[in-house]
Design a protein around this ligand. Structure first.
Ligand SMILES: O=P(O)(O)O[C@H]1O[C@H](CO)[C@@H](O)[C@H]1O
Ligand code: HPA
Length: 350
């Protein structure tokens, strides 16, 4: 793969246009970027969303509500996916590669929250990858948008009720590990859920035993078999040099880390940091889904007071675009190769 792109440097190189020619083996050198503030408008009720965020542990979504959304989707699509994919920031193009698409704006799906972040289209796309039925979230929900954690993870339980068995999560993340460069891909081996450690957990509140136990185990939540399969695929695709395993940490965001926070994360053994994923994986593991996760490293987290660079969302999206094809190929190959119970559910309803 060979990608050519232009992007703009920031404070260290303010306004300078850097032409980067990136191959699969080329590290992406990110610089600071000029700040162009583009905001997507949300159609959601921000007041009630904010309220529900504060009241996160009291909010409850009944089994019937998840079921209603699952039934609505099943009656509106011919697909019966066994695999769900969540596209991270700048990685939404993966959904465009699905064949025989049925796609729905989140605003048209009963019960669905709305995406408010640039780079998250807010569309649920059903279709086939290499003949296998999948559902793809082109845009995820983040806690910092003001959604309660139970809302950010709403689609996971809906997918479970639709018959999905495997969840593939992707995200954009900043690297703390010296060996991870922008443009590298990290297979998530494990996570540290910082909001979860202080009680901001989507499983807080009444437990619905129909989904899973009160005290679910999280060791081994990133499937070992899928992790080694992905390593094999990367080798076969000739991109093994870009791919390695590591630990992802979720922070609340929306601000990027201070230097002291970055140093702390580094000391704790975090390889990459982002503002998503952990709640989705916790809810998926709770309800028995098999999980695979990968982080696209979009920037190095600044951990030195001598470093004049800083990160911004436009730069994150840009690296996502530059590497989206590689991520797409890896995920497509994983879905094509992994074992899926080829039962009734995978078939398209005519
Ligand atoms: O985790 P995803 O959704 O990929 O996005 C990451 O990129 C955004 C910051 O640029 C944050 O939302 C962070 O979590
Ligand atoms: O550096 C980062 N920090 C937190 N979240 C992120 N998402 C992309 N990059 C980053």
């Amino acid at each position: 793969m060979h990608v050519t792109s232009k992007y703009v440097g920031g404070s260290a190189s303010a306004g300078r246009t850097i032409s980067s020619s990136i191959t699969d083996h080329t590290p992406i050198h990110t610089h600071t970027h000029t700040h162009t503030h583009k905001h997507k408008h949300t159609s959601g009720n921000s007041t009630s969303q904010h309220h529900s965020f504060i009241m996160h542990s009291k909010e409850h979504i009944s089994h019937d509500e998840y079921q209603k959304t699952a039934d609505w989707l099943r009656s509106h699509t011919k697909h019966r996916p066994l695999v769900a994919i969540i596209c991270g920031s700048g990685l939404g193009m993966l959904a465009d590669t699905l064949k025989c698409q049925d796609s729905f704006d989140y605003s048209d799906i009963p019960g669905f929250p709305q995406s408010t972040v640039q780079g998250h289209a807010g569309r649920l796309v059903f279709g086939e990858l290499k003949g296998k039925s999948c559902v793809c979230m082109q845009g995820r929900f983040h806690m910092y948008e003001g959604h309660s954690l139970i809302k950010t993870t709403f689609p996971i339980r809906v997918f479970k009720l639709m018959g999905v068995e495997t969840l593939i999560v992707t995200n954009a993340a900043g690297s703390l590990a010296d060996g991870l460069q922008p443009g590298d891909i990290m297979i998530i081996k494990d996570h540290i859920n910082f909001p979860g450690l202080v009680g901001l957990n989507p499983l807080c509140g009444p437990n619905d035993e129909k989904f899973g136990p009160r005290f679910p185990a999280m060791s081994g939540c990133y499937d070992k078999g899928l992790r080694s399969l992905m390593m094999e695929i990367a080798k076969q695709m000739g991109v093994a040099g870009l791919v390695q395993e590591g630990v992802y940490a979720m922070v609340g965001g929306p601000n990027f880390e201070t230097i002291a926070e970055a140093k702390l994360l580094h000391r704790l053994g975090v390889d990459a940091v982002g503002m998503s994923t952990a709640p989705e994986v916790v809810v998926a593991t709770h309800c028995g889904l098999r999980v695979f996760g990968l982080s696209l490293i979009t920037n190095k987290v600044v951990k030195s007071y001598e470093d004049s660079e800083s990160v911004n969302h436009e730069g994150v999206l840009e690296v996502g675009r530059l590497r989206s094809q590689t991520v797409q190929q890896l995920v497509t190959e994983l879905i094509s190769t992994m074992e899926i119970n080829n039962n009734e559910n995978t078939k398209i309803v005519s």
